[in-house]
Design a protein. Structure first.
Length: 205
């Protein structure tokens, strides 16, 4: 079913005395953001609240993700700041959504600021959080900081995965530091992970 058809069916539900569930709203929001219909999605959120449905944690994750991926990171950050008024405590998933987009948009200082707040919020970075920040540092050529964060990551007991190692290897390759790239690639393979196509094609050869 196309998104337009889904929206029409959804709007007919109240007339047929069918009350959409929170899961139905969440799925519709996700679908609308997926095709770039941000305004329609935000209108649906208003309808949802008007119909007595309270957005849950997952709803806000969908909103943050949808806004971020559609070039509306500033709106996503504003929504994130207002979450306290909604009785929702931001979790690591929400932080990851924003950190990911900020790093991809080159807004590393903003990502670093969010990352730095995790401890005070009682949240522990997971492998995805660390990997995204490491990737952000590598993209900006800050390999020393990326490597320091990798050491910190291991020190917390959060072990790097194949994505973490690959993003680091690609960072060293981008900086033409083939020695460090090979050292890290050998460490990665020694821990049972495989290099991606770009990394394996440029190292250990």
């Amino acid at each position: 079913m196309k998104i337009e058809e889904a929206v029409n069916v959804f709007r007919e539900m109240p007339r047929k005395v069918l009350k959409p569930t929170i899961d139905t709203y969440n799925n519709m929001l996700q679908g609308l953001f997926g095709v770039g219909r941000c305004s329609t999605a935000q209108g649906l959120l208003n309808d949802m609240q008007a119909n007595g449905q309270t957005p849950d944690y997952y709803t806000y994750c969908v909103l943050l993700d949808g806004l971020s991926k559609n070039g509306r990171i500033d709106e996503a950050l504003l929504l994130f700041q207002e979450l306290g008024c909604s009785g929702i405590n931001p979790g690591i998933t929400m932080y990851n959504i924003l950190i990911d987009r900020l790093c991809k948009d080159g807004k590393l200082e903003m990502a670093r600021n969010l990352f730095g707040k995790l401890d005070s919020k009682g949240l522990q970075p997971d492998v995805r959080t660390f990997t995204m920040m490491i990737g952000g540092f590598c993209e900006q050529g800050l390999l020393g900081e990326a490597n320091d964060l990798l050491v910190t990551m291991e020190g917390t007991g959060c072990m790097p995965n194949h994505a973490t190692y690959n993003v680091m290897v690609r960072g060293f390759l981008k900086a033409n530091d083939y020695t460090e790239a090979n050292i890290l690639a050998e460490k990665m393979i020694g821990r049972g992970f495989s290099a991606d196509g770009y990394s394996s094609g440029s190292t250990l050869s």
